[in-house]
Design a protein around this ligand. Sequence first.
Ligand SMILES: Cc1cc2nc3c(=O)[nH]c(=O)nc-3n(C[C@H](O)[C@H](O)[C@H](O)COP(=O)(O)O)c2cc1C
Length: 509
Amino acid sequence: MTSTFAIDLEKISHTANIAIVVLCGLFGLAGYFVSFYFHFLTVAFFLLVLLNLFWRHGQTSHTLLANFGFLAQIRYLVESIGPEFRQYLFASDTEESPFNRVERAEVYRKAKGIDSTAAFGSLLAFDRTEIKLRHSFYPVDTDQLEPFDVAVGAARGLDTTYHIRRPIMISAMSYGALGENAVRALARGAKLAGALMNTGEGGHPKYHLMEGCDLIFQMGTAKFGVRTEDGRLDESKLAVLAANNQVKMIEIKLSQGAKPGKGGLLPKEKITAEIAELRGVPMGQDVLSPAHHVECVDAASTVEFIGRIQRVSGLPTGIKFCLGRPNEFRTLVQEMERQDTVPDFITVDGGEGGTGAAPKSFMDDLGLPLFEALPVVHRILRDEGVRDRFVVFASGKLISPGKQLKALSFGADVAYSARGFLLALGCIQALQCNRNTCPVGITTHQKQLQTGLDIEDKARRVANYIEALHHDHVELLAALGRSSARLLCEENLYLPVQAPASPLGEEPS
Ligand SMILES: Cc1cc2nc3c(=O)[nH]c(=O)nc-3n(C[C@H](O)[C@H](O)[C@H](O)COP(=O)(O)O)c2cc1C
């Protein structure tokens, strides 16, 4: 015989609803006969009784409240603090998303400049579900490695060719998505470490420029900072910006992994007077960028637009996208060849990429993951015989040196990270970037929340993180038996059976 135990919620709530009325009366009597101070409780319970009456009989939008009264309210409360409780008390070290505690802790330690070795063994599953790096019997001595150097613009012989000397860059995050202190700490950290920083699509990069680091100016689909009244390119504004010595490249954002096929979104809560001015938008309403550049409606017009930006800016110019249909990319590359207009770099952003704000379905259901997209892009460029004319940047959860080397083995030349740098700034993954309430003052414009974010201290952490990643990059490269990052290829990867179907790469010739 089986016995079932079920909580009779209706009975409990019935009792609770009567109990608060009884308690209110009892405290009233106690206040009258025993001590006046009981009246504080009388008033509290009286208010609760009134609220309870309203929830049960005066509203119709919440069924649970109407059926169960204040007990349902307790459920709402517990549910709202559930994520924090699970994060602190119950989630295991390898369980959370998008980054688990082990991954976050590695960034924190690197950023603080403290020992980031671990003990006893890996916490990851060695069960044929994970892509691994293949080492060599014959590691290269680290002093024999070629220094990291990727020249962007060299294929076109530009005077403005830029040499990237760090294997990691700060990916696009706008002032708007981020607060002033966060932008300045990142920019100062990039300057300290000699790394490149992308401005994001936030318009004139006032705070990025303030810290003196080298920048990739991003032009989103709304062209904030370089737009005409009707949202088209204002060439004179772009030329002025490109003439700034700190601006080293231009990135034309076609799409991003967290919301491909949708333009940027800055919620109205985060639009201050200054942001409205820098972007040239009104306050008090969400700022939605168009899903595509008005100039780019097919392969031919997109390539023409790239050529125009190259001519106007005179700088290495690239495109950022999240891959959807490989054939569209192939057609785009063929059109580039036809027009003899090749962007100097391509940024491939994985569908797993982060964002300040995006519709959930776009985040969850659109866009190829980075390690699926990179080999496809690499292969198409090789098939078309133009791989040497491009530099490929990659982003999508590349917060650890191992993952960065995997991306390089899949065909990227340089890794980009956005959220890795947020963690270096002290992000606790509160998942509130869209609400102006970031508890660690990063994705908020509230002054009191930003006060705790000390620019100098966090800039040092950003620089430490870049240096630690570079250090590990060198050590891993040596272990893989490669004397240069340029020699990495799919032969360096172990692709488990379940991993994306992708041919094993050949040795570089
Ligand atoms: C707070 C935040 C703001 C972002 N803003 C932009 C942006 O302005 N333009 C853009 O192309 N991507 C933006 N991104 C996406 C990142 O540049 C990057 O492509 C993506 O997050 C993948 O890198 P990650 O996994 O290291 O975060 C943003 C991401 C975050 C987390």
